[in-house]
Design a protein. Structure first.
Length: 471
């Protein structure tokens, strides 16, 4: 197409035969072009030059493999009319699972039978690369392209995701058998007919419901907070539990010092009273009592300072609090020596210290998954997923639940610096977040990411594109 914003593109030999509806961007489907009318239906009009080397040329007329529907001639070339694909099958299944709306038995029959027929239509092209999409009317199509994977592997992965939707054990057994066969290089064509017959016997086919979307609560949207994903080299803010733990340890250390000072002062006061009872000059009595009274006042002052520092400590590291306490002890000892009574330092040194085996020197640090929330965990998960995609791994156990395959496209594979995160809803151990492109003009669509915390660490449970409704 040379123009997508005029009712009739320049150079079209039969004006008005295919009325222009709207432009189709790269994020709206597998093809970039224009959505036009095609009889009673719609199609995507793409310049033939943009499809050079495309693997779907020879599949025109197939029911479940994307091929050319029609050719539109221009004075300067040709346009291809292709099926309008609105969403990936993987995203469709993800939305149904997140919305907690399982596929009906008839929908399972329709989807699985379509996948099997599509693999059969590919024939000997077992190395075909691409992905499964749904057309505007809900028909599964395999679309050749570089952003997917091997046809049989992708189909087997989708079959695995359909198994939780099975209404009975017999259907689950059939789906498990189909998935295992598709992971082999080939399987007998008679098996396709047998599997389809068994599925049709369990439930009659029915159209796929494409109007089910993930729930998004109005209250959550109104109070939604947007968090920029931290970049490398920027430390995460300390958790409140860590800060409270540090302040608590500092206060305990300060209170211990206060108890030691009070006990030492009482002991010195008792010794002084006992030593002062013998008769002697009044001046001598005053000379003995005066330095002890001054030392007692100094000890109380130092203890108050230590307590104040512990209460106002902003970050609460236990080590820093201990250093402050040690500094207070040093000031107290130096003050006692300056006052002319070095023996006063001895009582504080006789306080028993805990044995190394009684208490660990450092409190064990909690695991990252036990303290971080979903928003803090998402950057780590995005980096792990990007690494799995780079390595070509179909599973990513460090970031994705076991039953989910590694995504192959979208913002989720761009790493921690490739998107902006919006918290949509928080259910405790399950959180829904939205990934948005950093550049508003960037063509890649937003994605919804579902995180869950099955044990102590967050994992990605589901990811799907935000639906783009036709305009």
């Amino acid at each position: 197409m040379t123009s997508t914003d005029t009712p009739t593109a320049p150079g079209v030999l039969v004006p008005g035969a295919h009325r222009l509806i709207r432009a189709v961007e790269s994020g709206d489907g597998p093809f970039t072009g224009a959505l036009v009318s095609h009889g009673d239906d719609v199609a995507v009009c793409v310049d033939a030059a943009d499809l050079a080397g495309w693997g779907g040329w020879r599949y025109s007329g197939c029911e479940h493999v994307c091929g050319v529907l029609d050719v539109r001639r221009r004075s300067d070339g040709h346009d291809m009319l292709l099926p309008w694909c609105t969403q990936r099958v993987e995203a469709f299944l993800g939305r149904r699972r997140t919305a907690d709306v399982l596929l009906a038995p008839g929908e399972v029959t329709t989807l699985v039978a379509s996948l099997l027929r599509g693999v059969g239509e590919l024939g000997d092209d077992v190395a075909a690369q691409g992905d499964w999409w749904l057309t505007g009317d809900g028909r599964p199509l395999f679309v050749h392209g570089e952003d997917g994977g091997a046809a049989r592997v992708r189909t087997a992965a989708l079959i695995d995701r359909v198994i939780p939707h099975a209404a009975d054990r017999a259907t689950a057994r059939i789906l498990t058998e189909i998935g295992a066969a598709l992971r082999e290089p080939r399987h007998h064509r008679d098996d396709d007919a047998r599997w389809e017959h068994e599925l049709l016997s369990s439930a009659a086919p029915r159209p796929l419901r494409t109007d089910v979307f993930a729930p998004e609560r109005a209250a959550s949207v109104a109070t939604r907070k947007t968090v920029r994903v931290p970049t490398e080299g920027v430390s995460r803010p300390r958790s409140r539990s860590t800060e409270r733990r540090g302040v608590r340890e500092g206060l305990l250390a300060a209170m211990t010092v206060m108890r030691e000072r009070a006990r030492s002062s009482l002991e010195r006061f008792a010794r002084t009273r006992a030593a002062d009872r013998p008769t002697g000059p009044i001046g001598a009595e005053r000379s003995v009592r005066h330095p002890h009274r001054r030392s007692l006042v100094l000890a109380a002052t130092v203890a108050a300072v230590v307590l104040g520092v512990g209460l106002m400590w902003p970050e609460g590291h236990a080590e820093e609090a201990a250093q402050t306490v040690d500094a207070g002890r040093a000031v107290r000892a130096d003050s006692a020596i300056v006052d002319g009574d070095p023996s006063e330092v001895a009582p504080s040194s006789t306080v028993p210290e805990p044995a190394p085996s009684d208490e660990p020197s450092e409190s064990p640090e909690p695991s990252p998954g036990a303290t971080e929330d979903a928003v803090s965990a998402l950057p780590r998960l995005l980096e792990a997923i990007a690494g799995c995609v780079h390595d070509g791994s179909e599973t990513c156990p460090d970031a994705i639940v076991a039953e989910m395959i590694t995504p192959t496209d979208g913002l989720i594979i761009q790493g921690a610096q490739g998107s902006e995160v919006s918290l949509v809803d928080d259910y405790g151990d399950v959180t829904v977040m939205r990934l948005s492109p950093l550049d508003a003009e960037f063509a890649q669509p937003e994605q919804m990411v579902v995180l869950e915390r099955p044990e102590s660490e967050w994992l990605v449970r589901d990811v799907y594109d935000v639906a783009h409704q036709p305009g």
